[in-house]
Design a protein around this ligand. Structure first.
Ligand SMILES: *[C@@H]1O[C@H](CO)[C@@H](O)[C@H](O)[C@H]1NC(C)=O
Ligand SMILES: *[C@@H]1O[C@H](CO)[C@@H](O)[C@H](O)[C@H]1NC(C)=O
Ligand SMILES: *[C@@H]1O[C@H](CO)[C@@H](O)[C@H](O)[C@H]1NC(C)=O
Ligand SMILES: *[C@@H]1O[C@H](CO)[C@@H](O)[C@H](O)[C@H]1NC(C)=O
Ligand SMILES: *[C@@H]1O[C@H](CO)[C@@H](O)[C@H](O)[C@H]1NC(C)=O
Ligand SMILES: *[C@@H]1O[C@H](CO)[C@@H](O)[C@H](O)[C@H]1NC(C)=O
Ligand SMILES: [Zn+2]
Length: 435
């Protein structure tokens, strides 16, 4: 009994330290495994109530027996939810006991001058700071970086893509990278910032990067969904979609990665605006997806590689996600992601799974990668960055560097592979690496 009391006091003391008031429990992330179909049904219910946020899978529809579910439960419904799971004998454990604390850690802005050191790239940034960074980067490298306005969001925020062109060779091919389609995946914009910084800093220093930048321009869109990103910083850290209001409902937002015209709104997307995988009223209904699609359409002759950065789960994904059919160029793309995953494993000892989206995850129609592939940008990829579920969307700032290095290695691997292909050789490869 005494031990129990001591334990009790310790637990509460711990809470006191974490939240500053003993009555409030932190939000938690639970890892739950339903064992029977009945438990699946109950879990589907739980995941749409009590203000919970489903992390994995993305939709209750995809909850299956014997497959792990990651569910964010806010502090004030934590007890209710855990009691309910217990009552139905549903196996669960606490994956992240102190989610609110980690959210605060992610939002911390504790450096002095952001330009003073590289630590700027190993923190998360508000939308305002990212706009400021875009502006500064374009000003600091006027002959290498251009901020191109590709469109604007529903709430009229500008969508800037940075064009990196490190030398002025004619007829260079290009690679497109977009980040932050899904608002809560903060590591994604962090990668885009890191990538631009790395390219500008290591041209003529890192041999592979130099070879790539000598032969290829980059278009980097750091935040494709600025309204959603802003919302995750100010209102709801778990927000995924954009912020456009929908007719006939109070539910807000479209899943931009279900809004492209690739088997649009078939199995794996939803016509229900209240779901996380709402496909929108029609393909490219959203200004954000339309802006990107328009830009890619008008640059498809030069853009040879499409890459969309997401999190989490550590996957290198190739088309198709919108159908179980194999893409025509499957084996060629598969070889590339396999090599990239092998390299990551060799250098960083971290496991990335790879393959066609519909095979390694589940059907997800209307994605930007499948759409770009069908447009003719055959080297089309989606990366899911760190981690595999320990912190999920709440990846601590201390893990940004590792996550970005791994993704960078995959980008380099793929870009170099594409440059080896005959169609990439038409422009001007004869000069070779400059470093
Ligand atoms: C799920 O919720 C609905 C509505 O609240 C209820 O009718 C149904 O019985 C619930 N199903 C389970 C398995 O709890
Ligand atoms: C739980 O807290 C959130 C905000 O922290 C609030 O919006 C919601 O209404 C609360 N839910 C309950 C059941 O008290
Ligand atoms: C949960 O398990 C206990 C003991 O195995 C059993 O008595 C009880 O009926 C189960 N409850 C449900 C809802 O399955
Ligand atoms: C973070 O710190 C930098 C440097 O002090 C400052 O310019 C920026 O406005 C800060 N951002 C926020 C959101 O406080
Ligand atoms: C960037 O900053 C300059 C001044 O430093 C300002 O004139 C310009 O409007 C800014 N542009 C954007 C897009 O914020
Ligand atoms: C894709 O496959 C088609 C048909 O086999 C082929 O003609 C084309 O060259 C391939 N494209 C790429 C980029 O591999
Ligand atoms: Zn995503």
């Amino acid at each position: 009994m005494t031990t129990l009391w001591v334990l009790f006091i310790f637990l509460n003391f711990d809470l006191l330290l974490q939240t500053g008031q003993c009555t409030k429990t932190s939000g938690q992330v639970l890892s739950i495994t339903p064992n029977t179909q009945e438990q699946v049904e109950i879990l589907k219910n739980v995941s749409t109530q009590y203000q919970t946020g489903l992390w994995q899978p993305v939709s209750p529809h995809n909850i299956k027996e014997l497959t792990k579910v990651h569910l964010y439960v806010p502090g004030n419904s934590s007890e209710t939810v855990r009691n309910l799971l217990q009552r139905h004998n549903i196996t669960h454990e606490v994956m992240l006991p102190n989610a609110d604390e980690i959210i605060k850690m992610q939002m911390r802005n504790d450096s002095g001058d952001p330009r003073s050191g590289s630590t700027f790239y190993y923190r998360y940034h508000t939308l305002e700071d990212i706009y400021d960074w875009i502006n500064r980067t374009a000003h600091d490298y006027p002959d290498k970086v251009k901020a191109i306005l590709v469109g604007s969001s529903y709430e009229k925020r500008p969508l800037y893509a940075l064009k990196l062109s490190l030398n002025n060779r004619p007829n260079k091919k290009a690679m497109w990278i977009d980040c932050g389609i899904h608002a809560r995946e903060w590591i994604s914009p962090a990668f885009c910032l890191f990538f631009v910084h790395y390219s500008l800093s290591f041209y003529n220093i890192n041999a592979e990067m130099t070879q790539i930048l000598d032969n290829m321009d980059f278009y980097v869109l750091p935040v494709m969904n600025p309204d959603g990103y802003k919302y995750t910083w100010t209102k709801n850290r778990m927000w995924r979609k954009n912020r456009s209001p929908q007719k006939g409902t109070s539910c807000i937002g479209v899943d931009l990665n279900r809004n492209f015209d690739a088997n649009w709104c078939t199995t794996g997307a939803s016509p229900d605006p209240c779901t996380e995988i709402y496909c929108g009223p029609f393909p490219e209904s959203e200004p954000e997806s339309q802006a990107v699609a328009n830009f890619l359409r008008s640059h498809k002759e030069s853009i040879q590689i499409y890459l969309s950065i997401h999190s989490y789960s550590q996957m290198l994904i190739i088309p198709y996600s919108c159908t179980e059919d194999e893409a025509e160029n499957h084996s060629e793309l598969y070889e590339m992601v396999k090599t990239a995953a092998d390299n990551i494993k060799r250098y960083y000892k971290n496991i990335y799974t790879y393959g066609a989206g519909a095979q390694i995850i589940y059907l997800a129609p209307g994605g930007s990668d499948d759409w770009a592939y069908n447009l003719g940008i055959k080297y089309s990829f989606t990366f899911e960055l760190q981690d595999r579920g320990k912190y999920g969307f709440l990846l601590p700032p201390s893990d940004i560097q590792g996550a970005c290095n791994e993704a960078l290695l995959a980008v380099k691997t793929i870009a170099l592979k594409v440059m080896e292909k005959p169609q990439a050789a038409t422009s001007s490869r004869q000069a070779g690496p400059a470093a």
